[in-house]
Every structure is written in C-alpha cells, then in structure tokens.
Design a protein around this ligand. Sequence first.
Ligand code: FMN
Length: 188
Amino acid sequence: MKAIVIIGSTRPVRVGGQIAGVVDRIRSERGVDTKVVDLSELNLPPLNEPQVPATGQYAREHTRNWAATVSGADAVVVVTPQDNDGDPSGPKTAINSLYNEWQGRLGAIISYGGRGGGMVYDQFAQVLSLVGPQLDPEGEKLFQSRDDYGENGTFTDAEAAVGAQAAEIAALVDRVIAAMSEKDGAQG
Ligand SMILES: Cc1cc2nc3c(=O)[nH]c(=O)nc-3n(C[C@H](O)[C@H](O)[C@H](O)COP(=O)(O)O)c2cc1C
C-alpha cells in the first residue's frame, strides 16, 4: 500500500512543505509507504497536451511522469493553501493534467488558511469528486495563525503551528489507512 502527499503550494518560501512534513511524520509512525510529492519540482505547465487527458495519450514527459506517480499510489493526500478565497493553480493544474489515473484511488484534502481554507477545500472536493478519488468525507481544515510565522515567512515550529489539529490529522490518516486496507483486502 502506498500513499502520496502532495505539497500544493509552489511558492519557494512556504509553509505547505512544513504541513506536509507533519502529515508525513504521522504517516511514517504508522509504517505506511509514503512519498511526499512537491508540485514545484514536477514543473507541470498549464495544460499543454495536444489530446485531452481522458484519452490517456500523453505526449509530454512531465505528464507521463505525473501519471506514473499517481497510478503507483493507492491514496493521494492533497495539502493545499487557499489563495484569494479559492484554489491555487498548482494543484488544479496537477488534477486537470490527468483523468483516468484518479479513478480507483483513495483521496483526502487538507486545506489551510487563516480561517481553515474552507473555500479551497470545497472547490477541490468538488473537482476531485468528479475525476475519481474516493474522498475521505471529513478531510481537514487547518487554521493558521500569523503568530506562528517567523520573519522568513515560514513556520517557526511546524509541529506547534499545527498544534492540537495534529490529532485530527492523525485521525484522518488512520481513516485513509483503514480504507486502503479494506480496498487491499477486497482485491485479495
Ligand atoms: C496569492 C495569495 C493569496 C492568499 N489568499 C488567502 C486567502 O484567501 N485566505 C487565507 O486565509 N490566506 C490567504 N493567503 C495567505 C496564505 O494562507 C499564507 O500566505 C500561506 O502561508 C500560504 O501557504 P504557503 O506558505 O504554503 O504557500 C494568501 C496568500 C497568497 C500568496
């Protein structure tokens, strides 16, 4: 069973990697094979494939690599900031770049923002529900405080910034692991 945790922020100075790191720490404590995928390293451009993704005909190497990463995962956790009350372009492009690969996967969304990123959460829940992953019904909305940021624009202490919500993330991780085990068992 393998999971990927996607860092949805592509900014060079960001907290998204730190939040994904907390998620990864919680997952690794449970012994699940996990890979953190950094969208800023994938360098997926706005859609530039000649064929629509639903055909599965990918002419570009970056799309083929991304398709192989998603196909190789049982579960996909998207860690996303909220930008101007909506979705940031990186995760949306990553979702739109594929189609069939999303089906049959399990999924979960962790949004973050000053008020928990509820709007981006709802937007990605809608989009992912269309393309295929069976989403964890609760997900997680992380409430950020400006007080947790240092002068360099990142969290001074990521674990402290996530704080009490780490227990909710752990519960989310446990639900996804249980769903992966159930699916694994069903497939024999
Ligand atoms: C373009 C942009 C738009 C933002 N819009 C929101 C917003 O709508 N709601 C919010 O709570 N925070 C907003 N923020 C603040 C971000 O939540 C905060 O900068 C966070 O650190 C961004 O995540 P990142 O550091 O992982 O990139 C915005 C930040 C940026 C750069």
